[in-house]
Design a protein around this ligand. Structure first.
Ligand code: ATP
Length: 430
């Protein structure tokens, strides 16, 4: 592939089945334009002569099945063309899934339920996006189930969610997030409360199955489940649990033969476990990089991004007007548990919290739960399994006046009064 000047940018001519990979430098923006031919970014087609802008830190691959030329302008950290991509294998995977959807349509069955697994930085989210975009381009309506509580593609970190995909992800902005179903998990790793993680996985599976019963297109479209990169110990058990809760038909294992063998051994024989290579383009992300991505996701929730600006509201909330809970009491030795209580109960227990200064900067989920719900033995039933309707950030706590100031996407009053604390903090610099 030759690089040369063209329209103020650098021109790249790509042969068929190759991709241009680039990373945008910190503090810079890069513009991409398709000049000739056909190309796509993670499964979403590019329009000719439209300028796509990517923010600092973006890691992008422009792939072409037929050949194309594109121009890049702005500062990139790296930009190179690769001929060595697993895209053909990914496309074949998509074709096999589409075959299953056709069969489901014909036999009045349900479409494929697919779980994508692998260690961190192997491109799980990217493979999910690719498979969803290809399916939706054929008129399917697959559901994305996002179980990656560290780097959610759907909502803020610390959540688990499901989203019906109706159009390919936007090249610049990702999924159009309309009415996702979101649950509060509260932290960025499943390990903080594995019981809750598994419980919410089951909740999502149940809601998805109910939807499939009443919506034929959703049933045929099936789902693509994105999981966490934690694949050992309880993390591995969580994958096995997810496979059974969703009754998955296919597991795509990216890049790890050991995990592939373990799942083949532990899942029922009718589950197809497939090992796929990772793309050489997937970039490893440092801890800082991940933290920044999480921060960006929360900032976007309140302030919007790119073309769309939101104007969040700041107002005071009286302690007496809300009920604040943390999920999970600190674990205590089994021998100290009250009679008839198990460790599970402590992990799923709702602990009422009186706001103190240490609540400052914490993200809180606003639960959709009905206010008048029963309190049975200290466990408010229904609250854990209730989706959330939004998020706020505590920006100040005044214990003297018994009020806290919050940042909220909507003006006062809060739509609901039950709030769940996340471990996650957001410092609002605006
Ligand atoms: P996590 O460990 O957070 O779950 P992951 O396995 O889901 O990560 P992705 O988020 O899919 O990994 O990919 C990591 C990064 O690599 C992303 O920024 C993505 O845009 C980039 N990326 C993926 N594939 C390519 C490619 N072929 N060329 C260049 N960049 C890529």
């Amino acid at each position: 592939a030759g690089a040369g000047a063209g329209g103020g940018g650098t021109r790249f001519d790509l042969e068929k089945e190759t991709e241009l990979r680039f990373e945008v430098e910190a503090g810079e923006k890069v513009q991409l334009e398709l000049l000739t031919g056909l190309a796509e970014v993670f499964g979403s087609e590019l329009n000719r002569n439209k300028k796509y802008t990517f923010p600092p830190g973006s890691k992008i691959a422009v792939f072409t099945w037929q050949g194309c030329s594109v121009s890049l302008s702005g500062k990139t950290e790296v930009a190179y063309v690769s001929k060595d991509t697993p895209m053909l294998l990914y496309l074949n995977t998509h074709a096999a899934l589409e075959q299953m959807r056709r069969q489901a349509e014909r036999d009045n069955e349900r479409g494929p339920r697919v779980m994508v697994v692998g260690p961190t930085d192997v491109g799980k989210s990217t493979v999910c996006r690719l498979l969803l975009s290809y399916a939706v381009r054929l008129g399917r309506r697959p559901t994305l189930v996002e179980l990656d509580v560290g780097q959610s593609g759907v909502s803020v970190p610390g959540t688990m969610s499901a989203l019906c995909i109706e159009r390919p992800a936007d090249v610049e902005e990702g999924y159009s997030v309309q009415a996702p179903l979101v649950y509060h998990f509260g932290s960025t790793t499943p390990g903080t409360n594995i019981k809750l993680y598994n419980k919410l996985t089951s909740c999502l599976a149940e809601v998805f199955s109910q939807r499939c019963e009443v919506n034929r297109k959703a049933s045929v479209g099936g789902c693509i489940i994105n999981t966490c990169g934690w694949v050992k110990g309880s993390g591995y058990q969580a994958l096995v649990h997810c496979a059974s809760a969703f009754e998955v038909d296919v597991v795509l294992v990216l890049d790890q033969e050991r995990l592939y063998n373990e799942l083949k051994r532990d899942l029922p024989h009718f589950v197809r476990v497939v090992l796929l290579p990772k793309s050489g383009g997937v970039v490893e992300r440092s801890k800082d990089c991940r933290r920044e991505a999480r921060d960006d996701k929360i900032r976007e929730y309140f302030y919007g991004f790119r073309g769309v600006s939101f104007y969040p509201h700041a107002f005071d909330v009286r302690f007496s007007d809300v009920r604040i809970y943390k999920i999970g009491a600190p674990s205590i030795p089994d021998s100290c548990l009250p009679l008839g209580m198990s460790q599970d109960d402590t992990q799923l227990k709702l602990v009422p919290v009186t706001p103190g200064r240490d609540l400052t900067h914490h993200v809180l989920s606003v639960s959709c739960a009905d206010e008048g719900e029963e309190v049975a033995g200290g466990v408010r039933r229904g609250l854990l399994e209730s989706p959330v309707c939004g998020f706020i950030v505590v920006t100040n706590v005044d214990t003297q006046a018994q009020v806290m100031t919050v940042l909220s996407p909507a003006p006062r009053p809060l739509p609901r009064h039950t709030l769940l604390i996340m471990d996650i903090r957001f410092i609002d610099l605006k």
